[in-house]
Structure formats: C-alpha cells, structure tokens
Design a protein around this ligand. Structure first.
Ligand SMILES: Nc1ncnc2c1ncn2[C@@H]1O[C@H](COP(=O)(O)OP(=O)(O)O)[C@@H](O)[C@H]1O
Ligand SMILES: [Mg+2]
Length: 275
C-alpha cells in the first residue's frame, strides 16, 4: 500500500472541520480520482500526503513514511509531486529548462545529472524542443505539461494533479489528460483531483468527497451511476448516465447503464437491433 490513511480530521480555524474522519488507501500503480464539489476537502486531503498541511488527527503513511514524524518532509515532497490548478503560478525561471533545473537544484540533485533529467522529463510530457522558451509564451496546456515535467524530473512515486485541467481550454485539457493516461499506463501512481465527473470515468477507483467526508469509494461504475449518491454529493452524473435514466422514465430500457459515449452508442445500437 502506497498511501494508507485513517481517521484523518483537519481544521483550518480550530473550529469547523475541513476533513472529518477520512479514510484513504492507494495502491502502487493505481489511478485514483478524488471527486467532489467545491469546498468538499479534496485539496485539504492531498496536501496531507506531502506534508503541505500537518496531520492534526488520525494516521497517515505515504510510501512507508509515517506523517506523524516531521523529519522526512523533504523526502516526502520528492516522492509526492504535485501539479496545481493555475498554470501561471508554477514557474520561477525565465526559460523552461532553467525552471526544471531549478527544482532539481533545490532538491540537491547532483549537477551532472541535471541536463539528462531535464531532457528526459520534457520528452515524457512531449515538450522536447521547448527548452529555451519562456514559460509565459506557452499555451495553458503546455505550461501544465512543463510544470509536470518539473515534477517528473524528481522521479516521484506519486503524481498528484490538483484540478490541473480546470483552468485550461478543451484542447489544453485533452493534452494534460492524455499525458496523465500515458503515465498511468507506464505504471505510475496517479491521483487526479477533479470536479469534472467526465475526468473520473477512466480512473481505477474514485473517492467521492462531500463536506470534508468520504461519501463513497469504489469503481467509476459503482459511484457515477448511483443517482442518489451523486445527488448527495451535489454532483451531476455523466451525460450517458443521465440519458440512461431519462430513457427509463420514458419506458425505454437500455440493458446496461453506460458511462462513456462509446458505451452509450453500444447500448443504443443494441436497442435498435432488438426492434
Ligand atoms: N487556507 C484555508 N484557510 C481556511 N479555510 C480553508 C483554507 N483552504 C480551504 N479551506 C476550507 O476548507 C474546506 C475544504 O476546502 P478545500 O480542501 O480547498 O476543498 P476542495 O479542494 O474540494 O475545493 C472549505 O470549507 C474551504 O473553505
Ligand atoms: Mg481544491
């Protein structure tokens, strides 16, 4: 188990709870989506994984590191890379390669290793050739890929995307999602935080959060097709799921509840061949 958390509660103000009795487990190589509406506690939870927030209550282990011990924070930060929402807030240097190199220097990666690591990380996010570009001349999707390269260059165990697609246009979003998918297929452990239900469909597992609590944890099918659960979480189910239920109301029964557009087409096709 790469991440193992139990009974995690957290308060910013010492009064109201931003997290309440949260349980979370993540296995190596898993693609976990943390889904929930605004303010449900998603960012607060993952900020515990690399000690950006201190563990106030409960237990948490990340890659065998006990978060109650403060000594290992730098090792933990390196193991647990994060890409944030705003692509413009993640750069410190004037060129792409300097920016990634700066992060490596900060973590005291030996100098002679740096150029090779920068090159490999840019290749992974398909940004080779952009080494000398100024980050502010890139598109939103490209900026997020460079920010991700900065994280990958540190060779993390876990890569966390905290709404990393939320500020991007559809094309930029697709670019980032495609890289996420590629990294997952290459065996990386991915945590994707999102309030877009469509982005959780491809996950291995979804943790559904609401008001600081875990409402449910399970497969995308189990979570996203459960109308009562989605309603409780104040989330709108994916379009194929809504259509499935609307059709039922109209007396048209699809065999299975589809999650993706492809599955929806498949179900509609079967309906047609029956009549
Ligand atoms: N820095 C902060 N100071 C005080 N309260 C905060 C802070 N960050 C988040 N909160 C509160 O904690 C709760 C959970 O927020 P957050 O984890 O950011 O949710 P999400 O990432 O799901 O949108 C919300 O009620 C939010 O207002
Ligand atoms: Mg958030």
């Amino acid at each position: 188990m790469l991440v193992e958390g139990k009974n995690i509660s957290f308060s910013y103000d010492g009064f109201s709870l931003a997290l309440q009795d949260v349980e979370v487990t993540i296995e190596k190589g898993e693609f976990l989506a943390i889904l929930g509406c605004n303010g449900s506690g998603k960012s607060t939870l993952v900020k515990h994984f690399n000690a950006l927030l201190p563990l106030q209550q409960g237990e948490l282990r990340v890659a065998q590191i006990d978060l109650r011990d403060e000594g290992d924070i730098w090792r933990l930060r390196r193991l647990c890379g994060m890409v944030f929402q705003n692509p413009d807030n993640q750069f410190v240097a004037s060129t792409v390669e300097e920016d990634i190199a700066f992060g490596l220097e900060n973590y005291e990666v030996p100098r002679e290793e740096i150029p090779g690591r920068v090159r490999a990380a840019l290749a992974l996010v398909e940004m080779s050739g952009y080494e000398k570009r100024a980050p502010n001349t890139l598109s939103g999707g490209q900026k997020q890929r460079v920010a991700l390269a900065g994280v990958l260059a540190l060779e993390p165990e876990i890569i966390i995307f905290d709404e990393a697609t939320a500020m991007l246009d559809p094309r930029g979003r697709q670019e980032v999602l495609a890289i996420m998918d590629k990294l997952h297929k290459a065996g990386r452990t991915i945590i994707a935080i999102t309030h877009f239900v469509e982005e959780a469909v491809a996950a291995d597992k979804i943790i559904l959060m609401h008001k600081g609590r875990v409402l449910a944890c399970g497969s995308p099918k189990a979570i996203l097709t459960d109308l009562d659960l989605m309603k409780e979480a104040e989330m709108i189910p994916p379009l194929p799921v809504r259509l499935y239920h609307d059709l039922r109301q109209a007396g048209i029964y699809l065999k299975n509840c589809p999650l993706t557009d492809e599955e929806l087409v498949e179900e509609l096709w079967q309906l047609r061949s029956k009549t």
